[in-house]
Write a protein that binds this ligand. Structure first.
Ligand SMILES: [Cu+2]
Length: 283
């Protein structure tokens, strides 16, 4: 299992009228510790994994879930990793309709957009895909939507790095600094400069969409809801054509700048005292 040799077994009921759906997907969640440049996972690792996978694949290597508008969709997710995964869907509300114990009675279901899947658990979620578009489907732990991530790098947010990069580069060729304004800066830089990566690895956050960098990795894919697809058509239909007036854009106009009230600082400044807990002296 630590090498990725695993799969799902789905037994469909003999009676096709039992819990019918139009599209039925299944995911196994798995995780690996593969050093950049290496081809063999460290199989003795228990907790500190760096690759988080849907069916042993990570974004942008995952396929989209293609469905027709108004299809009833089931997504089954089983968790074979050593931690829980809050699985989240955009654009729709779903119900958990199945667990390892069987189908959930209709009266016991409630609307959700995220469901946590504990270690060793299986969940089936269902919804009607009534909202056309491209919708993210992903684990909600942010480091599970990243690819190989060094966890012990210093935080360089707000640090003016100047020629530091060049100086370090003299010592460590291919050195890549953590972005001063965040992760997006890094993946854009990596794309722009055609950064060389070690063999058999991926950028930490990558993927491009119709509006530019997606900055995701790991347990991430998209649900693509379209009208007019054939019954068995699962091919990627490409990016969604957003109807006019539904895409956010920068507002450019001649209006005067917004007036904001001045911040008043009392004379002599403000003194603040911070008390930290010091054990149980008063008890
Ligand atoms: Cu996760």
């Amino acid at each position: 299992m630590a090498m990725g040799m695993m799969g799902s077994w789905v037994t469909h009921p003999k009676n096709p009228k039992l819990m019918p759906v139009d599209r039925d997907f299944v995911f196994l969640l798995s995780s690996y510790d593969i050093e950049p440049g290496s081809y063999t996972p460290r199989i003795a690792e228990m907790l500190n994994f760096n690759l988080w996978a849907f069916n042993s694949r990570v974004f942008p290597g995952t396929d989209p879930l293609v469905v027709r508008k108004n299809d009833r969709v089931r997504i089954r997710v089983g968790n074979l990793t050593m931690t829980n995964h809050p699985i989240h869907l955009h654009g729709h509300e779903f119900e958990v309709t199945g667990t390892d114990g069987g189908w959930v009675p209709k009266t016991a279901r409630w609307p959700e957009v995220t469901t946590d899947i504990a270690v060793g658990q299986m969940r089936a979620i269902e919804f009607v895909a009534n909202n056309p578009g491209d919708w993210a489907f992903h684990c909600h732990k942010s480091h599970h939507t990243m690819n190989p991530m060094g966890h012990d790098v210093p935080t360089l947010l707000g640090v003016k790095q100047g020629d530091l990069v060049k100086k370090i580069g003299n010592l460590v060729p291919d050195y890549m600094p953590m972005g001063a304004t965040g992760m997006a800066e890094m993946s854009e830089m990596a794309g722009m400069m055609d950064m060389p990566l070690p063999e058999n690895t991926l950028p930490m956050m990558s993927g491009t969409g119709q509006f530019g960098a997606i900055d995701m990795g790991g347990m991430f894919t998209t649900l693509k809801v379209r009208e007019g697809l054939a019954r068995n058509d699962y091919k990627d239909p490409g990016p969604y054509k957003n109807p006019k007036g539904t895409v956010a854009h920068e507002v450019i106009n001649d209006l005067p700048p917004v007036e904001r009230s001045e911040m008043t600082v009392p004379e002599g400044g403000t003194e603040m005292s911070v008390r930290k807990p010091m054990g149980h002296m008063e008890h």
